[in-house]
Structure formats: C-alpha cells, structure tokens
Design a protein around this ligand. Structure first.
Ligand SMILES: Nc1ncnc2c1ncn2[C@@H]1O[C@H](COP(=O)(O)OP(=O)(O)O)[C@@H](O)[C@H]1O
Ligand SMILES: [Mg+2]
Length: 230
C-alpha cells in the first residue's frame, strides 16, 4: 500500500501542492481528478521524487521513501508514467519494453508475455520505432514499459490526454485489466466520469489541495463533481 502524508511542492513562491495525504491499495484503482493546473502532476512527481517536495511520509509497504532519490523510489516499486509518455523514438517498441525489464531472463520473458497479454494490439507493431506509432499506441507502450518494472504501485498521469475517444476507451479497459491482475494503480485524470467509473477510491484536487471523495464518488453527476472540487 502507498501512503502519502502531508506532501507539499513549492516552485519559487508558488505552492502547487498543499499538504496532500492519500492512500492507494494494491489491486485497486485510486484516482485523483481535478482541473488543469490544480497540482496533480506536481503531486505525483513529488511522490516519485522527480521534483523537490516536503512530506511527513511517503511509504510503500511500510518502507519510508520520502528522503530517498527518485531511482531508489523506482527500485522500491513506484513507477510513474508521466504526461508526456517519453517513449524513445530511436528504439523499437520491443527495445523500449526490454530496456525496462528487471529480474532473470525468464522473469523478463514472463514480463514481456504479461504486457503483450494486457495490450494484445502491441503484437502488431513490436519492430516499429517510437516515432512511427500513434499517440494511443505510444500510451500503451509507455504503460507497458512501466509494468515491465513490476511495480508495487503504477502511477498514470493523465493517460487519456490528447487521445481520440475510442482510443481512450481502449486505454481505460487496459487500466481495468491491469488492476484486475492485482496491480495497484494511482490514476490521475481530468476525465472524471471515466476515471471514477473504474475506481475503488478517489480524491479531488483543487488549487493544490487534495480531498477524499469517498465511496459515493461513482454515483456523482458531473455537475455535482464540479461543485465539489472547484
Ligand atoms: N516546473 C514548474 N515551475 C513552476 N511552476 C510550475 C512547474 N510545474 C507546474 N507549475 C505550476 O504549478 C501548478 C500546478 O501544476 P501541475 O502540477 O502541472 O497541475 P496539473 O497536473 O493538475 O495540471 C500550476 O500553477 C503550474 O503552472
Ligand atoms: Mg498534469
């Protein structure tokens, strides 16, 4: 389980995240919804150790990580797919996946089988380069690459951003399959209805403050949501 207590991010004089606390359980999707600029990316970058943040605690399965560098958090099981995906264009899809593989040769092969099972469409283009595939395909590769690390918590920062509606549906179906396989997922989304529909637990971010939405979140209408978090 990922537990974050009182995490803050300050850029110059601007406080982008104000003492955010959350938990994300294994095998569940926990989502954070909120408007553009509300501090969602800053929060998850702070969790992953990619921006300077102060926190009372960031711990994963009781291992305290708040004072450790990003590589150590990654090694301990925090895997973040950033908004801009960062699929390497000079590498093939297969190479993008292989570079993230961990463990023995047989474990690496099992990880590859697992990500191709989650994204069967990737079997069609393993030899294409990162710049020869569509935005939706890049998102699949970015998520698959993060899964190759066998994380304890997979953090997805707006996976639906800039994708066509049909592709968005495909990505959300894949996220649900990933969670059903036992993977803990922390999902950042502006697409609140789609995120809440697949989430066990949810938070809303507004002006740097994070609030739990509670169990009723799934049944809230979009207007009710707007009132809650704006
Ligand atoms: N590297 C940065 N330097 C300065 N300000 C930043 C930086 N990154 C984000 N911000 C500011 O922090 C606030 C939160 O941004 P962000 O975390 O990207 O929100 P979201 O992901 O919800 O859109 C915004 O006001 C944004 O302009
Ligand atoms: Mg963002």
């Amino acid at each position: 389980m990922l537990v974050v207590e009182e995490l803050s991010v300050v850029y110059g004089g601007i406080q982008a995240v104000r003492g955010a606390s959350l938990t994300a359980k294994p095998g569940e999707i926990t989502s954070i919804i909120g408007r553009n600029g509300s501090g969602k990316s800053s929060l998850v970058s702070g969790i992953a150790g990619l921006v300077g943040a102060t926190a009372t605690s960031v711990r994963l399965d009781d291992v305290e990580l708040s004072r450790t560098p990003a590589w150590s958090r990654a090694r301990n099981g925090i895997s973040l797919v950033p908004e801009d995906r960062r699929v390497f264009s000079s590498l093939t899809v297969l190479e993008n996946l292989q570079m993230a593989a961990t463990g023995s040769k047989s474990q690496q092969a099992a990880s590859l089988d697992m990500v191709f099972d989650i994204f069967p469409a990737m079997r069609e283009f393993p030899a294409r380069h990162g710049n020869q595939i569509s935005g939706g395909q890049q998102q699949m590769v970015a998520i698959a690459r993060a899964l190759m690390r066998r994380p304890r918590i997979l953090i997805l920062d707006e996976p639906s951003l800039g994708l066509a509606p049909l592709v968005v549906e495909e990505v959300f179906r894949a996220i649900r399959r990933i969670s059903e396989a036992g993977q803990g997922v922390l999902l950042i989304e502006q697409n609140a209805p789609a995120a809440l529909a697949i989430s066990a637990n949810a938070y809303a971010m507004s002006l740097g403050e994070l609030r739990p939405l509670g169990q009723s979140a799934r049944t809230l209408t979009e207007n009710e949501l707007m009132e809650l978090y704006l």
